[in-house]
Design a protein around this ligand. Structure first.
Ligand SMILES: N[C@@H](CCC(=O)N[C@@H](CS)C(=O)NCC(=O)O)C(=O)O
Length: 214
């Protein structure tokens, strides 16, 4: 299997956290020809990374689909809890991380200096704030996002929250995370996990951030 991924891609980072946490031997490479190239689009018609090339040669894009596949195929160590309710909690956190945090962050990062004059600015900022407010309720008060052990929720949340201060500063909201004490605690706790820290350290140079390692 091979994963097409780039270090600056916040959607690719969650898949690499899972790969490292599970100790999987999966080749990780940038998309051949580049993300926007005809060569990569011939491999993955969706044109996005991450994209996992299965042993059968079938391309599997979409971070959540890849994470579920890896979990089903390599269940040890598990990144999903046992009970139906705990799994629902993890899935909810994953959905919030992808749709309410990472997506608005990517869109707001694209706006950069002209943020507040862009008509989409308020929409993305509102979506981000709703995501953060809900995480403040759903992320646990101790340990990691859904309990003491690393889960798929952490795979998706940690990279997004790592980028948040940088993007928030670029849109004139440098203290955005300060309103969410549970998230501030969580951001510190999750980077102690070796697989998370490895991915944050990979992302840092691409985003002009300091490495997560102590
Ligand atoms: N929902 C997708 C989003 C993937 C995505 O948008 N990835 C970006 C890179 S971070 C990308 O491939 N952008 C290229 C494009 O949209 O053409 C996922 O979770 O995998």
């Amino acid at each position: 299997m091979r994963l097409y991924s780039e270090h600056n891609s916040p959607f690719s980072a969650p898949v690499r956290v899972a790969i490292y946490a599970k100790g999987l031997e999966i080749e990780i490479e940038p998309p051949p020809g580049g993300l926007l190239s005809a060569r990569f689009h011939a491999i993955n018609p969706l044109g996005t990374i991450p994209c996992l090339i299965l042993d059968s040669g079938v391309p599997l894009p979409e971070s959540a689909a890849i994470l579920e596949y890896l979990e089903d195929r390599f269940p040890d160590p598990p990144l999903r809890p046992d009970s139906a309710e705990a799994r629902a909690h993890v899935r909810l956190l994953q959905r919030i991380a992808e749709l309410q945090i990472t997506t608005p962050l990517v869109e707001l990062a694209r706006l950069d200096g002209r943020a507040s004059s862009d008509p989409t600015f308020a929409t993305w900022l509102t979506r981000l704030i709703r995501g953060l407010s809900s995480l403040q309720i759903y992320v646990k008060d101790e340990g990691l996002a859904a309990g003491p052990d690393l889960t798929l929720a952490d795979c998706q949340l940690a990279p997004a929250l790592f980028l948040l201060p940088k993007v928030a500063s670029s849109i004139g909201k440098p203290h955005l995370l300060a309103a969410y004490p549970t998230l501030l605690r969580y951001v510190e706790a999750v980077r102690d996990h070796a697989a998370v820290r490895r991915v944050l350290d990979e992302m840092a140079p691409a985003w002009g951030l300091q490495a997560a390692a102590a």
